[in-house]
Design a protein around this ligand. Structure first.
Ligand SMILES: Nc1ncnc2c1ncn2[C@@H]1O[C@H](COP(=O)(O)OP(=O)(O)O)[C@@H](O)[C@H]1O
Ligand SMILES: [Mg+2]
Length: 455
């Protein structure tokens, strides 16, 4: 529809002319009346057209306005189409194009946001972001877990209300105030040894100032390992120190300006020798443990006959048992076979039997019984010895843990035997456990997956 431009000019001119002619001729000019009538009709038509045009224009403006409203409401798919000859058509086209660009940008932004959310969500470290006033703006799954928030909605809440830890709040305040990073370690529960490391860094805010991003990491295991390693080094040093001190002391006495009498010198040499032997055994055990831990020896998996191996070990240990005044016997059926490494399993049994001999007073009995039950082959190494107090039972498989340090040392123990046994069984998918009664004796049970005999 074309805009009615100056449609009223011509009829107005005509009407003026006709009125003038009629006035001159005092109303007796018939042509004047005709012209006046035509002018009036013309003018009325022009007025009607102008009115109709204004209405259409108003309707189209409303249409444009409604479309803009829909965009503002988030519906960027809305489009506006007008007649091609409408003067607002160009505007409508332009608006549609803007909407398209906007929709595309929004799509890109949404994709970026989703990607970011997926990354943050799948991170093992906890992420928590707060604004300048320490209100939470983002938190990931890991942080919900680390801070034990369950499925609580925390976005929009103050950090202190979410994590009830003033240490963290103070640190965040420092970060947002100074714009510098801060790291704190936080123990969520004084009754546990759980330790969380919170690294906080500033993030610029749109309105100026700093918010903060907090990265939380559970360092409990790492700390525990560090402590264990430090304890282990301290233990090893201590274990090495004792025999070395003896060796140094006696060698010094031997090379003294005034040498000891020959029989005493011989006694010194014997002591030096026995301490050196102990050192060598300690080093052997340490190497064995380290090899087991680092899987540096290939572990074989083959059928091993438990009874046959028990007989072999018993034979090897008879002299020692006899020297200690003990009877050493084996029992149980032959042919119980388990999947394992014969060398490692022999090591297990040697350790258990030598402990049984070591901790059983003369006159006692040591038996190794083989059995098969529930898909598992078993050895039970039983003695009638001194037994182990209930309080010590859970710890005897730890490295260097000994109920009676002096007794263990006197009998040549290193404190590593049971740690080695436990390690080997873990490697072979087996297990070892102990029952004991102080003064009556102990029973160590070893279980391994049996070979399923076909047919
Ligand atoms: N058969 C047993 N009877 C009593 N105590 C035992 C027996 N076996 C192990 N123990 C206790 O467990 C500790 C750890 O054993 P082990 O690791 O073999 O080290 P050790 O070198 O002292 O024998 C021993 O010092 C001892 O206190
Ligand atoms: Mg031992």
């Amino acid at each position: 529809m074309n805009a009615p431009r100056r449609d009223w000019v011509v009829p107005l001119g005509l009407a003026v002319l006709a009125t003038a002619a009629l006035a001159v001729n005092q109303g007796s000019a018939p042509d004047g009346w005709v012209i006046l009538a035509v002018a009036w009709i013309w003018a009325i038509r022009a007025a009607v057209r102008a009115h109709r045009y204004a209405r259409v224009l108003a309707d189209n403006v409303t249409l444009l306005f409604e479309t803009v409203e829909r965009w503002a409401g988030g519906d960027l798919s809305a489009r506006v189409y007008l007649d091609a000859d409408d003067p607002l058509d160009a505007l409508a086209h332009g608006m549609n194009r803007v909407a398209e660009v906007l929709a595309e940008r929004t799509r890109d932004l949404t994709e970026d946001k989703e990607r970011l959310e997926a990354i943050v969500g799948s991170m093992a470290n906890g992420i928590l972001i707060v604004d300048r006033a320490l209100y939470v703006t983002l938190i990931n799954r890991a942080a919900q877990l680390i801070f034990r928030l369950g499925d609580q909605e925390v976005v929009g809440r103050h950090v202190l209300e979410v994590i009830r830890a003033t240490a963290i709040e103070n640190a965040l305040q420092q970060v947002t105030r100074n714009g510098t990073p801060v790291v704190v370690e936080w123990a969520p529960d004084p009754n546990e040894d759980t330790l969380i490391e919170c690294s906080m860094a500033p993030v610029g805010q749109p309105g100026g100032g700093y918010g903060a991003v907090l990265v939380a990491r559970d360092i409990t295991l790492q700390r525990r390992t560090d402590r264990m390693r430090a304890d282990f080094v301290a233990n090893v040093s201590h274990e090495l120190q004792t025999p070395l001190t003896t060796i140094i002391g006696f060698t010094e006495a031997l090379v003294d300006d005034v040498p000891p009498p020959p029989d005493q010198a011989r006694r010194f040499l014997e002591l030096i020798h026995s301490e050196a032997v102990r050192l060598s055994r300690l080093v052997d055990d340490l190497l064995a443990l380290s090899r087991l831990e680092h899987h540096s020896v290939p572990v074989r998996r083959e059928p091993v006959d438990l009874r046959a191996l028990a007989d072999q070990v018993a034979l090897q240990m008879t002299t020692r048992a006899a020297a200690a005044g003990l009877s050493l016997t084996t029992a149980g059926p032959a042919g119980v076979r388990v999947w394992g490494d014969p060398d490692l399993l022999k090591e297990v049994l040697l350790n258990l039997v030598s402990n049984a001999i070591q901790y059983t007073p003369a006159g006692g009995r040591v038996t190794v019984t083989t059995s098969l039950a529930g898909g598992y082959g078993r050895w039970e190494v039983e003695d009638t010895g001194i037994g182990i107090p209930a309080a010590d039972l859970p710890r005897i498989f730890e490295r260097f843990y000994r109920v009676d340090k002096d007794r263990s040392r006197r009998s040549g123990g290193t404190g590593l035997g049971l740690a080695i046994v436990k390690h080997i069984l873990e490697l072979l998918d087996g297990r070892v456990f102990v029952q004991s009664e102080p003064g009556r004796g102990s029973r160590f049970t070893v279980e391994l997956p049996a070979v399923q005999e076909s047919g």
